[in-house]
Design a binder for this molecule. Structure first.
Ligand SMILES: NC(=O)c1ccc[n+]([C@@H]2O[C@H](COP(=O)([O-])OP(=O)(O)OC[C@H]3O[C@@H](n4cnc5c(N)ncnc54)[C@H](OP(=O)(O)O)[C@@H]3O)[C@@H](O)[C@H]2O)c1
Length: 232
């Protein structure tokens, strides 16, 4: 990889994550991009092939705690300018807390909230001093203030991510880094569905503008893909 700014995108083989990788490359960043199954990540591998030396495709399953730790350790010695921990699942989105099992809620919470924080915390030492930006793809559905009901388990998983990200920021203050908890919009992906109003390209362009533009701000904010503040 050349001397370009270096970004990491986790959950980059489809949807918003893939769009963010494409956008970052277009803006001159080199990208480490993860997929659970890199051999099946055709669109991501095609993107990497179209930009030789600019996109490094790595395997990472956020449901594998030891794998998350090992992945973070494997980046020791690299300096990350921007990180977007984007992988997420809807889980038993249409079921209420009264109908969900312990196994499925455990998996939802681990992938959407615990593993992102575990990885983010483990990467702090690899972030560029003073200007590094660590981002989590959350959702407006994680806002407690704006919770109007529905999808309560998915909402709870993103609210947990928001709360954990606030705690992580308190811990990392002395490092002078920036932490963003981001809402990508309601986006036309496998998760968002075909009726969503925002395209992947539009969301990704906004997410990357917000991520890169926050460098050096050293704050923690809950922002949407257009840079608007969201109530916690
Ligand atoms: N779409 C929306 O309207 C919307 C709105 C608000 C927030 N979000 C959030 O935005 C993020 C991306 O969503 P999307 O719409 O792009 O969803 P998507 O199209 O369903 O893609 C989800 C991505 O997460 C990855 N992923 C899921 N479980 C994983 C695991 N255990 N380990 C590693 N990667 C895993 C998927 O990889 P595989 O291909 O291997 O499954 C895929 O790359 C999510 O965090 C989601 O909650 C989306």
């Amino acid at each position: 990889m050349a001397d370009n700014p270096l970004a990491l995108v986790v959950g980059a083989n489809r949807g918003i994550g893939l769009g963010v990788v494409r956008e970052l490359v277009g803006r001159g960043c080199d990208v480490i991009a993860t997929a659970r199954a890199p051999e099946a990540a055709t669109a991501l591998r095609d993107l990497a092939a179209a930009h030789p030396g600019r996109v490094e495709v790595r395997a990472l399953d956020m449901a594998d705690a030891a794998g998350v730790d090992a992945f973070a350790a494997s980046l020791a010695g690299r300096t990350l300018d921007s990180v977007l921990i984007n992988a997420g699942v809807a889980g038993p989105a249409h079921r209420s807390a009264n109908a969900a099992t312990m196994e499925e809620t455990g998996a939802l919470m681990f992938v959407n909230a615990i593993a992102p924080i575990r990885l983010g915390r483990a990467l702090l030492g690899s972030m560029r001093k003073d200007t590094g930006v660590l981002g989590f793809t959350s959702s407006v559905m994680g806002s407690v203030a704006l919770n109007a009901g529905g999808h309560e388990l998915y909402r709870a998983s993103k609210a947990a991510l928001n709360s954990l990200s606030r705690g992580l920021f308190a811990e990392m203050r002395s490092r002078n880094l920036t932490l963003l908890t981001l809402h990508p919009g309601w986006v036309r992906t496998d998760m968002g569905g075909s009726g969503a109003p925002v395209s992947v390209d539009e969301s990704a362009a906004g997410m990357v503008t917000v991520l890169l533009g926050a460098a050096g701000s050293r704050r923690h904010a809950f922002l949407d893909y257009q840079g608007k503040e969201i109530a916690w």
